[in-house]
Design a protein around this ligand. Structure first.
Ligand SMILES: [Ca+2]
Ligand SMILES: [Ca+2]
Length: 526
């Protein structure tokens, strides 16, 4: 508890310092040239944290809103190393297999990913809500990974922003170029003013903003307040950075009436400064503790501009690019608890957030309750931007699938979760008959121990259930019994996940299917 309090205080200190240059007492202000501005005090703050993923590796994760949430998540260990959930009581684990289903598991380069049926890029609306990550990110099912996915892959490009510049233009940014000026708010001798690390830090920050500045146009200079602070950090995870646009604007010339725009986007639209020209438009803060080895020996930021970071270092550029995507305007201010819009008006992203089930955007939905329902329609909410849709079409292709060949009434192709261990599936893939695993226990299809039905499994694709032990353990049990591949049936009614884990001795491929498809398959196997 004491530790959590300490982390809160760091965060509060950061807010105070950042809010000082603008008048933190006065939340609303008149825009230069007409209209209303409101200073944001954390509502739009996006925080990138690093913490263990289900496969045990650290992954970056972006959280919007109260920075204390990010700190608390790191502290509580929520979702940490817990890929395996409890048994599903609805599943009859006693059933044992006889193969009557045949299928092919493969990679299909032509199947779009991360988009809805109309090709619109999906937004991240997990059920249940994920504090902060929901609503202002693209859906992780996109392949290759997009910059604005909430969990960023360590392999994201360091100098490209995929469809995100198009998304920002769809929302209002002009094409062209912008220049940035910096206010380094660190104390002398620290952070960006550190005598040793300062030059590399400033160079990397300028490089990141030049990447953005070549893609988006603004007549006014983007003023960025940047600093390093000691944010939460331990070997188990860390806050990497947080960013916020410092104000939102409505009722200005060129904007849609009754809609909030993030300040930098509004200034691009109106071609002028809307707040005082020297007031910062965006505040970005990086964790100084990372460079003090708080995550362990040899850890630290990597400021290089060559996309060549050592495994134990955190690449600065992809983190900064993602966070700046939020700072430039990729954010949704709807209250996650109440469904209420910020000060009663939708933001521009909300007006482009389409609920496919209702075929209405969030500003068209009848009220807060309807928006809260939409917030958890996993896979059914998309970004309406047309430039983004066109840009995504050639980019987001290539899904892992299972195609059921027989029996006829099950024939069809389904997107699956892939495994990060074992051999990757290619276009030819693996064909075979399916057989239910039996490990001889009361819950035989969990396959957490050696299989006792090797004669039925040998040469077949083993069907196992998610739960109770690691994915690699299940796949290894099937492999040891002679299986040619593994289908893992999800144990929650959600889209299948990509399966983490690591075991160099695994030589057969594995995929995850939905609980629903799993039930259909199993009905034919018992
Ligand atoms: Ca992805
Ligand atoms: Ca400005």
């Amino acid at each position: 508890m004491r530790r959590l309090t300490a982390i809160c205080c760091f965060a509060l200190a950061a807010i105070t310092v950042l809010a000082t240059p603008i008048n933190s007492q006065q939340r609303s202000f008149a825009l230069r040239g007409g209209g209303t501005g409101v200073f944001l005090d954390g509502e739009a703050d996006h925080t990138m944290i690093l913490r263990p993923a289900p496969d045990g590796r650290l992954r970056r994760e972006c959280i919007q809103g109260d920075r204390h949430v990010a700190a608390a998540l790191l502290q509580s260990g929520d979702r940490v190393v817990a890929p395996e959930t409890e048994l599903d009581e609805r599943v009859d684990y006693e059933r044992v297999a006889r193969a009557m289903v045949s299928a092919t598991m493969r990679f299909d380069p032509d199947i779009p990913t991360g988009v809805d049926d109309a090709g619109r890029v999906l937004l991240y609306m997990p059920n249940p809500v994920e504090p902060g990550s929901s609503r202002s990110h693209f859906d992780p099912s996109a392949n290759p990974d997009l910059l604005m996915e909430p969990f960023s892959s360590p392999d994201l490009p360091f100098n490209k922003v995929d469809v995100t510049d198009e998304a920002l233009r769809d929302m209002g940014w002009r094409a062209g170029k912008f220049r940035a000026k910096f206010q380094f708010t660190d104390d002398d001798g620290t952070g960006f003013k550190d005598p040793v690390l300062g030059p590399a830090r400033r160079k990397a920050l300028r490089f990141m903003l030049r990447v953005w500045g070549r893609l988006l146009g603004s007549a006014s200079k983007l003023t960025v307040a940047a600093r390093f602070d000691d944010l939460s950090c331990s070997p188990a995870g860390a806050t990497l950075a947080h960013v916020t646009p410092l104000f939102v604007a409505a009722e200005f010339r060129g904007g849609i009436p009754g809609v909030w725009y993030p300040g930098p986007m509004a200034e691009s639209i109106v071609r002028a400064d809307l707040s005082e020209a020297d007031d910062p438009d965006i505040a970005i803060t990086f964790n100084a503790a990372i460079d003090e080895g708080c995550m362990g020996p040899g850890t630290g930021w990597y400021y290089g501009l060559d996309n060549n970071h050592p495994p134990q270092r955190v690449a600065f550029l992809p983190v900064a690019l993602h966070e700046m995507g939020h700072g430039l305007g990729f954010l949704n201010l709807m209250d996650l608890n109440t469904g209420a819009f910020f000060r009663g008006l939708p933001d521009i992203l909300a007006t482009m957030t389409l609920d496919n089930r209702r075929n209405q955007t969030w500003d068209e939905l009848p009220g807060n309750k309807a928006r809260l329902k939409s917030l958890v329609r996993d896979g059914e909410v998309a970004f309406t931007g047309d430039k983004t849709r066109r840009d995504a079409k050639p980019l987001l292709r290539g899904a892992h699938v299972i195609q059921i060949i027989a029996p006829d009434n099950l024939a069809g192709t389904h997107i699956v979760g892939r495994a990060f261990f074992g051999p990757a599936l290619d276009q030819a893939g693996l064909a075979g008959d399916l057989a239910l695993a039996d490990d001889g226990t009361a819950t035989p299809t969990l396959a957490c121990g050696p299989l006792v039905n090797g004669a039925e499994i040998a040469g077949k694709i083993a069907v196992v259930h998610r739960g109770d032990c690691l994915f690699v353990e299940k796949v290894k049990s099937a492999q040891d019994a002679g299986a040619s591949g593994v289908v893992v049936v999800n144990n929650v009614e959600k889209r299948p996940i990509d399966m983490g884990g690591s075991d160099g001795s695994i030589t057969i491929p594995a995929v995850m299917v939905t609980m629903q498809l799993g039930k259909q398959i199993e009905r034919r196997l018992v």
